[in-house]
Design a protein around this ligand. Structure first.
Ligand code: ARG
Length: 258
């Protein structure tokens, strides 16, 4: 995770961002700290990367890399404003002893567009990650990568449209995907939890699950009930300030899979 010490909205690279709208950085830090402390209370280990002045989006750690089997695929950002984050995150992994690292050839925005289930790496494209990064990830991780096309600019990253709940159990917003990708999702994940447009619109899919606890924006009320009915333990969080940058729980969380 990356403390939002320098968080602000001074440019707009997704429809959620409005530089005219004021951001309360102190409140963003407070909300982020609650998420951080929640992970600790759930028994998870949280590593921190130092925030870099001038990189306000660095709080969205999910975009910093993708880590599978301890192998680190570096990120390469679409937009110039975020480009320096790629090397910053890769340097963190180098300093922390991750020897299997790959510098991306094609644009990929880390776990913003790569989500890992037991059997697959699900890979978004359409707005940010280059479709060629999917092949690159498959070669590096040696796991089957399933490309999924995103079509709604509000759901510009895969992690705003789909979340992995446990193993090969996922939930997603059908409206965010191209018809052909929806077909793929339906055939690979027939038991997936469909999420309503209303829950998706409050970033309900930007969730982190440890297989039991599902941490998600608290505004996704109907989704919390559906998750409970499936045996999960949903935990709603208020990350309203970070939503002004177009991110929530999952965006703030890069999962390190050993
Ligand atoms: N402002 C950031 C951007 O547009 C938000 C990134 C959100 N992160 C995510 N994993 N979806 O790039």
């Amino acid at each position: 995770m990356c403390r939002p010490a320098h968080f602000e909205v001074v440019y707009a690279i997704n429809p959620w961002m409005d530089p005219e709208k004021p951001v309360d950085t102190a409140l963003a830090v407070l909300q982020w700290e609650r998420l951080h402390d929640l992970y600790l209370s759930l028994g998870h280990t949280v590593d921190l990367i130092d925030p870099v002045p001038g990189l306000p989006d660095m709080v969205y750690a999910a975009n910093g890399a993708t880590v599978v089997d301890g192998r680190v695929l570096g990120a390469s950002f679409r937009n110039a404003q975020r480009r320096p984050e790629g090397p910053a995150y890769l340097a963190w992994f180098e300093q922390h002893g991750y020897t299997e690292r790959h510098e991306a050839r094609h644009v990929n925005e880390g776990e913003g567009d790569f989500l890992v289930t037991d059997s697959f790496v699900l890979a978004g494209h359409g707005f940010r990650s280059d479709v060629r990064s999917h092949q690159e990830a498959q070669s590096f991780f040696g796991r089957p990568v399933i490309g999924l096309e995103l079509v709604d600019p509000r759901y510009y990253h895969l992690d705003t449209a789909l979340a992995v709940l446990a193993g090969d159990e996922i939930m997603y917003n059908p409206d965010a995907f191209a018809p052909s990708s929806l077909k793929v999702l339906r055939s690979l994940f027939p038991d997936a939890l469909p999420v309503s447009a209303a829950d998706a619109a409050v970033f309900g899919l930007n969730a982190v699950s440890d297989g039991l606890n599902v941490v998600l924006p608290e505004a996704a009320g109907e989704l919390c009930a559906l998750l409970r009915a499936r045996g999960f333990h949903p935990i709603g969080m208020d990350l309203s300030e970070l939503l002004k940058g177009g991110g929530s729980v999952k965006c703030c969380t890069l999962e390190i899979r050993h």
